[in-house]
Ligand binder design. Structure first.
Ligand SMILES: Nc1ncnc2c1ncn2[C@@H]1O[C@H](COP(=O)(O)OP(=O)(O)OP(=O)(O)O)[C@@H](O)[C@H]1O
Ligand SMILES: [Mg+2]
Length: 474
């Protein structure tokens, strides 16, 4: 069965304005949307034609969200339902999840959250459809690309697909590492959507975005009265993820004292809510991701080694885009197709010169940056073939602006050192140059330089010591 494109979404809410805001948000994302005012109207729409997804409020006149959910489960089991709940009424959301809702979103809406939930639902549905009907996903590339919603067929990616297949249905913890924008979250979702827990919740927590004093109650929940403001008992993400997958994103940013508690929860599969005495047990599949080098974090004392080993059962390292430039043409094609549809464009491809430029650029922001560049380019391109001049100027400047690495004095291959020694020397050289440059740019400010280099202050100090660079004393 072919996927209908763009996916169609039915929004059900009796508050006209809420439906309107949501519909506008989703249309902007390129979806086909219709908003109706209650469950009865929704049932009528469902009868008329198939929908990729239904997003519904719970409390509505005539037929409410619960009844609608039941109706859809019975008559249209392939159509996922996302429930809208008011902030703070998590209890009803959990009930809905138990009854088979795909996910829930809370009012007031966060565009990012909605986009993630919707994409996940649409993708899960597509996966189901192709599994049921044996159809490929079509679109850019062949069977391999487009797998799990991922494009790329470089050896490193094939290896990743192989691991996903092997472990998706296992309970083993997976630790995904890779630079920013390499697709860590996509992999985490693929692991869930492709595994035996696909129809249970996928719960994500971004450890970097939550203030450290709130992480514990977010993860483990709290009892009424546990602290001022705790007016109701609230389940944490571990409970919400029961029978499903818990995705600990940016795990490298979790504070040390929380690492101890997390470790205990993982080792013993049990925990207590904040302010609670009852020990709770859940069945959760854990996936963690980070763009930090955890080995270094262990060395500088900001990450516990025992937690690292507990998480790193199945390691998945995503290569930076510059290490798999062979995938760039495929990715470019994929994103052109995506943004042709979203922006109503008809770009056919890129010229050879443009492709060369795209393949030469080092992509520090990886696939996310490539995607943004293609979106921006399609927005402004006048011709149906993208040429060099249509690409953002920083792509062209990259050569001139980049760091000139002084020529290495390569020893004769017949001499003492082998390839490893040469590489070690080259790396050290580049590292030192780069650090010096950051220090120059910040006027010797270590904290700022560390931020720029995206390493911890402590590791920068260690490196400086190693390279004999002195910290300005002031
Ligand atoms: N192999 C791929 N094929 C197609 N799109 C991809 C691929 N990998 C990543 N993307 C897209 O690139 C963007 C960034 O991916 P994602 O958010 O998963 O990265 P991340 O590693 O979690 O980044 P960060 O560390 O910044 O959170 C997303 O829009 C995602 O859909
Ligand atoms: Mg991410």
């Amino acid at each position: 069965m072919a996927e209908e494109s763009p996916p169609s979404i039915l929004v059900v809410d009796d508050e006209v304005n809420i439906g309107r805001v949501l519909a506008a948000m989703l249309r902007r994302e390129g979806f086909k949307v219709k908003a109706v005012l209650d469950g009865a109207e929704a049932m009528a729409e469902l009868k008329l034609r198939p929908w990729s997804l239904v997003i519904s409020d719970l409390k509505m006149p005539r037929v409410d969200g619960d009844q609608l959910l039941e109706h859809i489960q019975e008559h249209y089991p392939d159509t996922p339902v996302i429930i809208i709940t008011a902030h703070g009424s998590i209890g009803s959301a959990v009930e809905a999840l138990k009854k088979g809702a795909f996910d829930y979103i809370t009012k007031p809406f966060e565009a990012e959250e909605i986009r993630a939930a919707v994409e996940k639902a649409v993708r899960a549905r597509a996966l189901n459809a192709s599994a049921l009907h044996g159809a490929g996903r079509g679109g850019a590339g062949s069977t391999l690309s487009g797998r799990y919603g991922m494009v790329g067929d470089a050896p490193a990616m094939r290896e990743i697909y192989r691991v996903i297949e092997r472990v998706a249905s296992q309970p083993s913890t997976v630790l995904i590492t890779g630079e920013s924008g390499t697709g860590k979250e996509l992999i985490a979702r693929a692991l869930h959507a492709h595994g035996s827990r696909a129809d249970r919740p996928f719960i994500r927590i971004n450890c970097a975005a939550i203030p450290s004093n709130l992480i514990e109650s977010e993860l483990f929940g709290y009892e009424k009265g546990a602290f001022t403001g705790a007016e109701h008992t609230k389940p944490g993400r571990f409970e919400l993820a029961d029978k499903g997958t818990l995705f600990l994103d940016e795990i490298g940013e979790i504070p040390l004292e929380m690492q101890v508690k997390l470790l205990r929860a993982l080792q013993e599969s049990e925990f207590e809510r904040v302010g609670g005495i009852k020990t709770l047990r859940v069945d959760v599949r854990l996936v963690a991701a980070t763009n930090r080098n955890l080995q270094e974090a262990i060395e500088d004392g900001s990450f516990r080694e025992d937690l690292y080993y507990r998480l790193n059962v199945v390691p998945l390292r995503l290569p930076p885009l510059r290490e798999r430039t062979a995938d760039i043409p495929l990715l470019v094609e994929h994103f052109i197709e995506k943004y042709n549809a979203r922006l109503s464009r008809a770009v056919r491809g890129v010229s050879e010169a443009a492709l060369e430029l795209l393949q030469r650029y080092p992509w520090p922001g990886n696939i996310r940056e490539l995607e943004n560049v293609i979106e921006r380019t399609l927005l402004f391109a006048d011709n149906d073939v993208i040429d060099e001049d249509d690409l953002p100027p920083d792509l062209k400047a990259s050569d001139a602006d980049g760091l000139p690495i002084p020529a290495l004095h390569l020893p004769a291959p017949s001499g003492e050192g082998g390839l490893k020694d040469v590489i070690r020397e080259a790396t050290t050289r580049v590292e030192r140059e780069y650090i010096v440059r950051a220090l120059e740019e910040t006027g010797g400010n270590v904290t700022q330089s560390a931020k720029m280099l995206k390493i911890s202050r402590k590791s920068l100090q260690n490196k400086m010591k190693e390279f004999g660079l002195r910290e300005e004393s002031r």
